[in-house]
Design a protein around this ligand. Structure first.
Ligand SMILES: *Cc1c(COP(=O)(O)O)cnc(C)c1O
Length: 406
């Protein structure tokens, strides 16, 4: 049977204390016990349904976590204060001094900086590889490797990871496959394809209103329990906990995620096809010209489309900057990092979100100066948006073929 993540989110019901249609928000950092014995047992992790202290877990965080676990089809999940607050404890939980990670080289700048600059201080080393080449990935695995790390759709180059292929490598060498699915919620379900741990920055599409940071780790009950363990759990001890008020507001936004993803995908597809037909170098997994179009298609939950992210290359940073400033001036979107907002967001990754990556490495991975990353918004009239974007491009003198106008 087909995996239907949005159905699974919708089927989950939690009522509020007084029959409210939304679960009550737990506005407490600490919880009372009727007996001292129960408190002790809770500390030991031996009670179900008891809360101890909100850095450990809280009802509101649990509701949101369960919705996200339903979305990914994992046993459970733990929400965190940010996406990085999910990624870093997972890696530190899975690796100790002397261990090794094989990671995609095209990943979120913060994750890259963590693996490149921070974990070496703990004697955890990382090999960065072209994740689209399974033979290259396999060659990088050593006897110390513990984790295979990638993004389903990578930031900012939109490379697509062969999750099934990576999962079988992980099995073969007894590694954990950790997948950051931030760019493709609902569209791709990594755990269904064999990933052990699925991470999201909730900051992006899932919350969708650019009003908070947040993150989640989806995995087995055992792994999530390990992360929350009061003695050696990285989530518990590093303390990147989400606040209950925020968890409840993200849960409410999540209920419209499927509608938003369909609109983001539809708009991005429309623009990608138009830009490509205009002769612009366009990267979008929904285009037949994308090197991993077939792979994405084979992995996707079709109804949600190929996602809201696309890139174009306008040749130089100057042109990119000029175009972005003009588009913002015309109210077509905002010159801002991040993604998943109702409004289109655009930035030049080389000088912003991926600036942690040294220039020569950027070049090697195909991250060019003129690259603009778009998170396409929920525009109601995408044809109007396209026409306005096109006149901006003409105004700043970006070369386009004589396009047939509709
Ligand atoms: C934004 C982002 C992160 C980091 O999330 P924060 O919520 O900003 O901490 C991680 N991975 C990807 C792919 C992202 O886009």
């Amino acid at each position: 049977m087909k995996f239907k993540p949005a159905n699974k989110i919708q089927d989950l019901q939690y009522f509020g204390e007084f029959g409210g249609v939304n679960p009550s928000i737990s506005d407490s950092s600490t919880y009372t016990f009727l007996s001292a014995k129960t408190m002790f047992d809770t500390f030991e992790g031996n009670t179900d349904g008891c809360y101890l202290y909100s850095r450990h877990t809280s009802p509101s965080n649990l509701y949101l976590g369960e919705a996200l676990a339903e979305m990914e089809g994992t046993e459970t999940a733990n929400v965190t204060g940010s996406g990085m607050g999910a990624i870093t404890p997972v890696l530190l939980q899975l690796c100790k001094s002397g261990d090794h990670i094989v990671s995609s080289r095209t990943i979120y700048g913060g994750t890259y900086a963590f693996l490149k600059n921070f974990t070496p201080k703990l004697d955890i080393s990382t090999s960065f590889v072209d994740i689209t080449k399974l033979d290259v990935v396999e060659k990088a695995i050593t006897e110390n490797t513990k984790v295979l790390y990638c993004e389903s759709v990578s930031n900012p180059l939109l490379e697509v990871a062969d999750i099934k292929g990576l999962a079988s490598l992980a099995k073969k060498y007894n590694l954990k496959l950790v997948v950051d699915n931030t760019f493709s919620p609902l569209s791709i379900s990594p755990a269904q394809l064999g990933a052990d741990v699925v991470i999201h920055s909730l900051t992006k599409f899932i919350n969708g209103s650019s009003d908070t940071v947040g993150g989640v780790v989806c995995g087995t009950q055992q792994f999530i329990d390990d992360l929350r363990n009061v003695n050696d759990g990285a989530c518990m001890l590093l303390g990147s906990t989400m606040d209950s008020l925020r968890a409840s507001s993200i849960l409410k936004n999540m209920r419209t995620l499927h509608i938003r993803m369909k609109q983001h995908s539809m708009n991005a597809m429309y623009l990608a096809e138009k830009f490509e037909a205009d002769g612009l170098k366009t990267v979008y997994p929904g285009l037949a010209s994308h090197p991993s179009h077939e792979l994405f298609s084979s992995m996707m939950n079709e109804e949600y489309g190929y996602g809201g992210m696309l890139t174009i290359d306008v040749g130089s940073l100057e042109k990119a900057n000029e175009l972005m400033e003009l588009m913002q001036h015309k109210n077509l979107g905002y010159l801002a990092v991040s993604l998943g907002f109702y409004k289109t967001l655009f930035s030049a990754p080389g000088t912003s979100t991926s600036s942690e990556i040294p220039e020569e490495e950027q070049e090697e991975m195909g991250l060019t100066d003129g690259l603009i990353r778009f998170s396409i918004g929920l525009d109601n009239d995408i044809e109007r948006t396209y026409n306005m974007m096109k006149s901006c491009m003409e105004e700043v003198g970006i070369m386009m073929q004589e396009a047939e106008t509709i």
